[in-house]
Design a protein around this ligand. Sequence first.
Ligand SMILES: NC(=O)C1=CN([C@@H]2O[C@H](COP(=O)(O)OP(=O)(O)OC[C@H]3O[C@@H](n4cnc5c(N)ncnc54)[C@H](OP(=O)(O)O)[C@@H]3O)[C@@H](O)[C@H]2O)C=CC1
Ligand SMILES: CC(=O)[C@@H](O)[C@H](O)COP(=O)(O)O
Ligand SMILES: [Mn+2]
Length: 356
Amino acid sequence: MVLLGSTGSIGVNTLAVAERFNIRVEVLVAGNNIALLKEQIVKFQPCFVSVATKELAEQIDHPRVFWGEEGIVKAIRNSSSSIVVNALVGFLGLRPTIVAIEEGKTVALANKESLVAAGAFIDPKHLRPIDSEHFGLWYLLNGRIPKKMTITASGGAFRDWPIEKIEHATLENALKHPNWSMGAKITIDSATMTNKLFELLEARWLYGCENVDAIIEPKSVIHALVEFADGATTAQMAHPDMKLPIAYALMQEVNVPVLEPVDLLRVGSLEFREIIPDRYPIWAIKEDLLKHPKRGVVVNAANEAAITKFVEGRIAFGDLPRLTIAAYEHFSGVDPQSIDEVFEIDREVRRWCETR
Ligand SMILES: NC(=O)C1=CN([C@@H]2O[C@H](COP(=O)(O)OP(=O)(O)OC[C@H]3O[C@@H](n4cnc5c(N)ncnc54)[C@H](OP(=O)(O)O)[C@@H]3O)[C@@H](O)[C@H]2O)C=CC1
Ligand SMILES: CC(=O)[C@@H](O)[C@H](O)COP(=O)(O)O
Ligand SMILES: [Mn+2]
């Protein structure tokens, strides 16, 4: 396989699955974590490597090291593997998804921003979902037509905070996810509930079903539910661990234990809560966004720009949804007709957010 984002949370889990099932790793792509990448190179002996910059590439002792966005593209084009695991974070992951599909490869997709920004231009038949809820939906659907799909949210770092305190929550507060250990960006998206908004779009593009919604299940034991026309609802349950979705994305069929089964007596009770805009202001645009899913490119770009400002201490936590919603309203006429237009709109929205 080709692994993009090998040093991140999904990347490290993917390598654990590769090691357990003896899957060959042909390409390792990382950003700045050179120390970890060096260890991975020694262990997995990839044919090609790529890192964020030329300076970092010079620190790697390997005969075929590329760098930058072009380096990622070169590594994919040079590879002979049929599967590309895209575990890059953010809009950076979109071009590799497109290139991998152009090269006839299957994309095991963790990088949800690819679908949020450009789902209209990506044929899902080339994709296998790694995102836990979408893996759960796939597991439940099994080729059947759903009446309604529901995904669950943990509620994020501030689900039990007094609402008035959330406005000035710190980065450190936002990074305390209640159930999952993940990269910083998705953990912040979970705290604002933007992650779930993204996942509704992701579900819509992957499965073509417009009847999608989300509810809070604070234990993250149920990941997805599917309601069928006959009135039955099925639920996918598993401990919160990405190795199961990754193993399926890599192998399609898994008949050996990957996780401990869920012991319902130990789970004890399950609780469900509604996602309310008072606590999660981004939820106010959910209905409109689902009616206009191609505007995901605006929400994604504005959200990334806002997160950068928040991480750099230039805006408060409460400004994250405020800036994203302001951009969504400002760019309400957006309707990209091609993937090139998606890239142009992304740039324009980021420029606009920078002036705010
Ligand atoms: N973590 C999870 O459990 C889940 C994640 N996802 C999605 O999967 C994707 C990855 O998430 P996660 O693993 O948590 O994120 P991380 O931040 O942990 O990892 C991101 C990876 O991308 C690499 N990267 C960042 N910038 C560059 C660059 N310029 N060039 C090359 N590589 C780069 C990082 O390299 P380095 O660290 O070396 O700088 C790292 O390997 C996201 O889209 C997320 O939404 C979806 C569901 C669950
Ligand atoms: C593991 C995974 O798939 C994440 O997307 C997770 O769902 C994030 O947690 P939240 O449910 O808090 O958004
Ligand atoms: Mn998810």
